[in-house]
Each structure stands twice: as structure tokens, then as C-alpha cells.
Write a protein that binds this ligand. Structure first.
Ligand code: XMP
Length: 528
């Protein structure tokens, strides 16, 4: 039972998952946009994956892509060390679309000219589309597009025609229909380019001729086969958190190997109010999957005592989780596999070679190296919205499918500084009030996340005739599509007022409520 985690196993799964679907590969030049591009392509029901820009053309060819997209990136083409594109990519005989930096890299690689013209474009920009373009099809000529560039293609390579222009950028798009090569200076993947998804759809379905076969049902069937193949006759243990990710992962594995799966729900004492009871009830009622409920709050709190560094909290919680599962597994006999609900966005944020590491999510980066399990991660290649679609297809109740995300390390990373029982109780009660009022106002489903934070400060107040010296609570509510970027939610004043007065009146130890009005970036959604 003691084997290192199979990183190569996960990679092998990635390849197998796409064997039936020739992928559109997104070559990542370091843009936070690469993920969004892949998601948009998948919305066209075509499988898409992200690969680092330094992967050689031969390796890209080995993946048998149906098309290639070169993402944007922060560099300037001619600066020393700027990532370049392997010219071999243009010889693979599959269509290539370059976006922003990707278009410039394509132009430079094929003999065109890119220059800093002294006039960049940032934000929503009017562009005029040409009428003879495969990429733009019959879209109306006047469009708004999201631009973010200083450099521009000033002379397209031989064989290319300019297909769009803005006031300051004569070559805002270009294409070589014969070779199936396309470039757009703007970002079709962002919502600020209203017809951007149509443009990507034209590339994927018309230029690449990819069949739109990537659906939740297909995914389920393929994963069930893959899980059976990976697990064989061995025993599997699954960490259930109550969130949609681990629930969907568990159901997929249960569908694949039935009773070989044992689900364990670890209550680390860092959950929201009544959450443990709800999880146990939901699993008994809805899934009929046997569930072991382990109350490990003492153990987690002891390990966290005195720890204030966020990354250390994550590491400790990740490690405790695994040790606990190892103990549980030992009690169950010979368990070889551990199911985790790791998502593609966790994988990218924790390990991409090009994007800066932001936080080590405990279910990926925080795993101890000497772990005793091999991992089964059936969601490793899909995004949150896809997980929800798969969950619905599997028959998960709506309430679980649409539950707002909750981080694995739980309230520990919403309590700044020391995590103690007393502070947990304060935060848990405040969070419950906030969620109750958000639900009552019909806002729960409209928000990506809404929760309370407990900072490590106290402030002076007055209650009755007495001076208080107590904690503030910070309210955090954000809208987001994928947690990579987020905007603070404009909650109605009357809802804020109710939340504030209830928290201050009902929760001893709190005398002030503040509202976080930061977007991501530059802030993150969680405070730690
Ligand atoms: P940030 O704070 O990085 O969060 O903007 C992005 C999304 O990830 C969740 N999150 C985590 N989830 N383990 C998790 O399972 C973690 O350590 C962790 N940190 C953040 C966060 O709630 C948000 O949805």
C-alpha cells in the first residue's frame, strides 16, 4: 500500500480522456486568459486543454489536436527571453488561431513584422470586421472587442490578409485561409467582446471542423471506463466534503466500482454551521452510499494551534487529511486508491509552468510527498461549471449542485491569525446569519460565493451603556464565472443593513461589520 502518488497516472488519464475527442490545444503564453479560452472552446462542445508554450511541436503533434490556439501573454515579442512559438506548429496541417500575443508570435514566426507603434489599446474598442473572413462569418461588421496591447502586427506574413481594423490598429485580425492560420489582436474569450464566443465557435467548428461531441453524458461514460481501468479490483476511499466537487467525484467512482468505494466524511471542525449534519443526511438520503463520519475536530485544532501563516495552515490541514484517511483506510483493510475532487482550475493554479503560483490549494499542492495512496481524480480535467453539469446528469439534488464553493481548509483560512474554538464559533454564527439573509433575499444563486471573515483585530464600540472591545466581521460576496477573476457583489443596502444589525445584535463578541469591496485581481476571493 505504500506507493508514491502517480503523477504519471494523472497525465496518462489526461491523454486517454482526449483520445476519443481530438482536443483543441491552447498554447499558454502566460496569460490568465488561457483557461478562459479552453472553457469557451468546451462551451462549443469541443474538448480543449492547456499546454505550456515550451512544449515542442512534435509533442503537440503527438496529442493529435484538431486545432491549436495561441493564447495572449504579458511579454513583448522582441524583448529578450520573450516566449516564441515553435514554427513547427504551423506545419502540422491543423488550423491555428493566435490571440493577442499569440497573433504577434505567429506573425513574427512566419516573417511578418510586429512593432510598438506608440499607441496601444486597452479596454472596449470598436472594430470593423471585413466581409470575407471564415473566422467572422456573417457577424455584423461593426463590433466591440476587448483589447489589451501595446505592440501590433504592422505587416502580416505573406499569404495573410488583414480581416479587421480598429481606429489605431490597421491589422486587428488576419487570416491565411489556404493554410488555415488566423490571428486576432483582441480577446474573443472575454465577456467584454460580446460576439467573441461566436468567433471562437467559427474557428472550432468551421475552420477546425471539430465534431461537437464533448458532453456531460459522454464525459461520464468515459470516466466510468477510465476509473474501472485504473482501479481494477482494488478498494477505494473517498474524501467527502459536502461540496459539489467531492460529491460528483464520489458518484462517478461509485458508478464505476460500486461497493469497492467507501466514502469518509471528515469533520475537521472548520465547517460552516450545521454543515456536518446536512452532509451526512444528504448522503444517506440521496446517494445510498455508505458513509463513515469521522469527527476529527480535536485533532485538526490541536495541529493548527498557534499557526497564523495561511500557507502553513493549508499544509497542516492537507497533511492531517491524508494521515486521517490513511488511518481510516488501515481500518478498512487493503485500500489502494484515494478519490479527490480536484478540478482543472486547481491543477492550473497550483502547477502551471507559466502562470505565477498564487495559493497552494490544499487538495493539490499541500499533499505530503510520502502519501500512501494512488489518486483517482476524475474531475482533474474539467471546470466547475462542467462539474455542475455532470452532477445534474448524475442526479445530484439541485441544492448540492449549486452550493457555493467552500474551500477545503474551511473556516481556518477565513479566520485571520489564530484558529481557536472561540473564534470559530463567532465566525460560524456570523456566517450563518449572512447566508440566511442572502438566501432570504433570493441572492444565493446569483453569487459565486458569499461568506464572513474574522480579522485578527478588535475595535471599540458601545453597547447599552458599556464600552465594548470586540471583533469586527467582514462580509465578502463576489460574482465570478470561474474564480480566476471576481467582482465584489453590489448587495442591496437593505440586505446589508439586516445582515449587519443581526450579526452585531445576535453574536456576542462582535461590535462592527465591514464590507469588502475588492475585486480579484488584485485581491483574491478568500482573505488567506
Ligand atoms: P482565491 O482566494 O484564490 O480563491 O481567489 C479561488 C477559489 O478557490 C477557493 N479556495 C480554495 N479551495 N482549497 C480549496 O479547496 C484551498 O486551499 C482554497 N483556497 C481558495 C476559494 O474559496 C475560491 O472559490
Amino acid at each position: 500500500m505504500s506507493e508514491a502518488p502517480r503523477a504519471s497516472g494523472a497525465a496518462a488519464l489526461a491523454h486517454e480522456a482526449s483520445a476519443e475527442h481530438r482536443p483543441v490545444l491552447v498554447i499558454d503564453f502566460g496569460a490568465q486568459y488561457a483557461q478562459l479560452i479552453a472553457r469557451r472552446v468546451r462551451e462549443c462542445r469541443v474538448y480543449s486543454e492547456i499546454v505550456p508554450h515550451d512544449v515542442p511541436a512534435a509533442e503537440v503533434a503527438a496529442r493529435n489536436p484538431v486545432g491549436i490556439i495561441l493564447s495572449g501573454g504579458p511579454a513583448s515579442i522582441y524583448e529578450p527571453g520573450a516566449p516564441s512559438v515553435d514554427p513547427g506548429l504551423f506545419e502540422l496541417g491543423v488550423p491555428v488561431l493566435g490571440i493577442c500575443y499569440g497573433m504577434q508570435a505567429m506573425a513574427a514566426a512566419l516573417g511578418g513584422d510586429v512593432a510598438n507603434t506608440g499607441v496601444g489599446e486597452f479596454g472596449k474598442t470598436p472594430v470593423r470586421l471585413g466581409s470575407d473572413s471564415l473566422l467572422f462569418g456573417d457577424l455584423p461588421s461593426e463590433q466591440t472587442a476587448w483589447m489589451s496591447h501595446r505592440d501590433s502586427v504592422v505587416r502580416p506574413p505573406a499569404g495573410f490578409a488583414g480581416t479587421a481594423a480598429s481606429d489605431t490598429t490597421p491589422v486587428a485580425a488576419m487570416e491565411d485561409r489556404v493554410r488555415g492560420l488566423f490571428g486576432v489582436q483582441f480577446h474573443p474569450e472575454v465577456a467584454h467582446t460580446p460576439r467573441g464566443t461566436d468567433i471562437l465557435r467559427h474557428f472550432v467548428l468551421d475552420a477546425c471542423q471539430a465534431p461537437p461531441t464533448w458532453t456531460a453524458l459522454q464525459f461520464i461514460e468515459e470516466q466510468v471506463d477510465l476509473i474501472r481501468e485504473q482501479v481494477g479490483d482494488d478498494q477505494v476511499i473517498c474524501a467527502l466534503s459536502g461540496g459539489v466537487d467531492s460529491a460528483v467525484a464520489a458518484l462517478l467512482v461509485h458508478r464505476a466500482v460500486g461497493d469497492q468505494l467507501t466514502c469518509v466524511f471528515v469533520d475537521h471542525g472548520l465547517l460552516r454551521k450545521d454543515e456536518a449534519a446536512q452532509v451526512v443526511e444528504a448522503f444517506d438520503d440521496h446517494f445510498k452510499v455508505p458513509l463513515r463520519h469521522v469527527d476529527a475536530s480535536e485533532r485538526f485544532l490541536a495541529a493548527l494551534a498557534g499557526v497564523t501563516d495561511p500557507e502553513q495552515k493549508r499544509r497542516i490541514i492537507g497533511e492531517q487529511f491524508i494521515r486521517l484517511f490513511e488511518d481510516e483506510a488501515r481500518g478498512l483493510g487493503d485500500v489502494r486508491f484515494l478519490v479527490q475532487g480536484t478540478l482543472y482550475s486547481d491543477v492550473i493554479e497550483s502547477g502551471s509552468r507559466t502562470a505565477a503560483k498564487i495559493k497552494s490549494h490544499h487538495n493539490v499542492g499541500g499533499l505530503p510527498e510520502d502519501m500512501d495512496f494512488e489518486l483517482v481524480e476524475p474531475l482533474r480535467l474539467i471546470f466547475k461549471d462542467e462539474v455542475r453539469r455532470v452532477g445534474t446528469e448524475l442526479g445530484l439534488p439541485e441544492g448540492m449542485v449549486w452550493r457555493q464553493p467552500f474551500p477545503g481548509p474551511g473556516l481556518a483560512i477565513r479566520i485571520i491569525g489564530d484558529v481557536t474554538r472561540e473564534r470559530l464559533d463567532v465566525l460560524r454564527d456570523a456566517d450563518a446569519v449572512l447566508l440566511e439573509e442572502i438566501r432570504r433575499a433570493g441572492l444565493y444563486d446569483k453569487l459565486w460565493q458569499s461568506f464572513a471573515i474574522l480579522p485578527a483585530i478588535r475595535s471599540v464600540g458601545v453597547q447599552g451603556d458599556s464600552r465594548t472591545y470586540a471583533y469586527p466581521i467582514v462580509l465578502r460576496a463576489v460574482t465570478s464565472e470561474d474564480a480566476m477573476t471576481a467582482d465584489w457583489a453590489r448587495l442591496p443596502y437593505d440586505v446589508l443593513e439586516r445582515i449587519s444589525s443581526r450579526i452585531i445584535n445576535e453574536i456576542p463578541g462582535v461590535n462592527r461589520v465591514a464590507l469588502d469591496i475588492s475585486s480579484k485581481p488584485p485581491a483574491t476571493i478568500e482573505w488567506e
